[in-house]
Ligand binder design. Structure first.
Ligand code: G3H
Ligand code: 13P
Ligand code: ZN
Length: 330
C-alpha cells in the first residue's frame, strides 16, 4: 500500500472548493504515455493551473499500474523542477468495480471514479457507497455518476443520453457520501458527439450542435448548492486538427464536439471538473500524421512524438486559459 500523500499528490477536495468559489473548473486530462504526461505538466506549469491526471482502466492495462504510479510521482517532481508546485490529483477514470478502485487506491491514486451509471439506481447507490467507505479511510476522494452519456465508455456503449434526473441527486449524495457527481446533460465521449442532422448551420456555414441542458444543471445546483459537479465527454473536437488529420491521410467523418463557449459557461457554474481526452488524441494524431506525410524517411520516434508533444502542450494551455479558466489559480 502506498499513500498518495507520499507521492506528493493531492485529492480533489480543496481544488474543488477553490474552483467553486473562483468560478472555474479543474482540467481532467487523460494520459497513457510519457509524451502526454510531459505536455500536461508543461502546460500546467506555464499557465499555473492545478490539474487532474486521469487514468482509465484501458490506460492502466496499456501503461501498467506500477509505471503509472511512478509517472505520476515523476510529474509532481518535474513540475517542482520547473519551479511551480502544481497541485496534481491522480484519478481513476470510469472505475467499474470496487476491486479496481481499491487496487488503484493501494497504488497511490488520490481520487477514484466509481461509475455505476449503467446499473440500476439501487445498485449504483450500493456500489458507490462501498467504494466511498473504503476510499475515505485513506482520504481518497470519490466521484460518482448519475445519468448515462451517449457514446462509448470503455467497453460499455449507449446509443442515447439518459439525462440525470435532478430529483435523484440529493438521495444519491446522502446514501453514498460521494465527493463529486458526474452528470449527463448532453455531452458524450469520443470525437463524434453529434450527427450532422442534429446540428444547425450558422452564418459561416459551420455546424452548431444542440446546446447542453443547462436547465438540468441549474435544477441540480438548486438541489445541492455548492456541491462539485463533473462533466465528462467535454472535448470540443477542434476542426483545425480534424482538417490536418484528414489532409494527411486520415478518415475522420462528421467529427463534432462541444462548443467551447458552452464549456466556459459550465465552468462558471457548479461544474468543478471537466474531462478532456479526445481533443488530445486528435492533436497528437494530427502532428504525427503531418510528420509522416511530410518526412516519409523519418523513423526516429522523437521526431514525430516531439512535435506531437508540442502540439498537445499548446492544446492544454488553450484549455486552461481560454476554456476552463484554471490558469493562474495556484
Ligand atoms: O471516457 C473515456 C476516456 O476517454 C478514456 O478512454 O477507455 O479508451 O482509455 P479509454
Ligand atoms: P472526451 O471523449 O470528450 O474527451 O471525454 C473524455 C472523458 O470524459 C473521460 O472520462
Ligand atoms: Zn468520461
Amino acid at each position: 500500500m502506498v499513500s498518495f500523500k507520499d507521492l506528493g499528490l493531492v485529492n480533489s477536495r480543496e481544488l474543488f472548493k477553490k474552483a467553486m468559489a473562483g468560478k472555474y473548473a479543474i482540467p481532467a486530462f487523460n494520459f497513457n504515455n510519457m509524451e502526454q504526461l510531459q505536455a500536461i505538466v508543461l502546460a500546467c506549469v506555464e499557465t499555473k493551473s492545478p490539474v487532474i491526471l486521469q487514468v482509465s482502466s484501458g490506460a492502466r492495462k496499456y501503461a501498467n499500474q506500477t509505471m503509472l504510479r511512478y509517472m505520476a510521482q515523476g510529474a509532481v517532481e518535474y513540475a517542482k523542477e520547473l519551479g511551480v508546485n502544481v497541485p496534481i490529483v491522480l484519478h481513476l477514470d470510469h472505475g467499474d468495480s470496487f476491486e479496481l478502485c481499491k487496487s488503484c487506491i493501494e497504488y497511490g491514486f488520490s481520487s477514484v471514479m466509481i461509475d455505476g451509471s449503467h446499473h440500476s439506481y439501487n445498485e449504483n447507490v450500493e456500489l458507490t457507497a462501498k467504494v466511498v467507505e473504503y476510499a475515505h479511510k485513506y482520504d481518497v476522494t470519490v466521484e460518482g455518476e448519475l445519468g448515462v452519456l451517449a457514446g462509448v465508455e470503455d467497453e460499455v456503449s449507449a446509443e442515447h443520453h439518459t439525462y440525470t434526473q435532478p430529483e435523484e441527486v440529493e438521495d444519491f449524495l446522502k446514501k453514498t457520501g460521494v465527493d463529486s457527481l458526474a452528470i449527463s446533460i448532453g455531452t458524450s465521449h469520443g470525437a463524434n458527439k453529434f450527427k450532422p442532422e442534429q446540428c444547425t448551420r450558422n452564418a459561416e456555414g459551420i455546424l452548431v450542435p444542440p446546446p447542453l441542458r443547462f436547465d438540468i444543471l441549474e435544477e441540480i445546483e438548486k438541489r445541492i448548492p455548492g456541491f462539485p459537479i463533473v462533466l465528462h465527454g467535454a472535448s470540443s473536437v477542434p476542426q483545425d486538427q480534424v482538417a490536418i488529420i484528414n489532409k494527411f491521410g486520415g478518415a475522420l467523418k462528421d467529427a463534432i464536439g462541444i462548443p467551447e463557449e458552452q464549456l466556459r459557461r459550465a465552468a462558471t457554474s457548479a461544474v468543478c471538473k471537466i474531462n478532456i481526452d479526445s481533443d488530445a488524441r486528435l492533436a497528437m494524431t494530427a502532428s504525427v500524421r503531418e510528420v509522416f506525410a511530410n518526412k516519409p524517411a523519418e523513423f526516429d520516434p522523437r521526431k514525430y512524438l516531439g512535435p506531437a508533444r508540442d502540439n498537445l502542450k499548446e492544446l492544454y494551455k488553450h484549455k486552461t486559459v481560454n476554456v476552463l479558466g484554471s490558469a493562474n489559480r495556484i
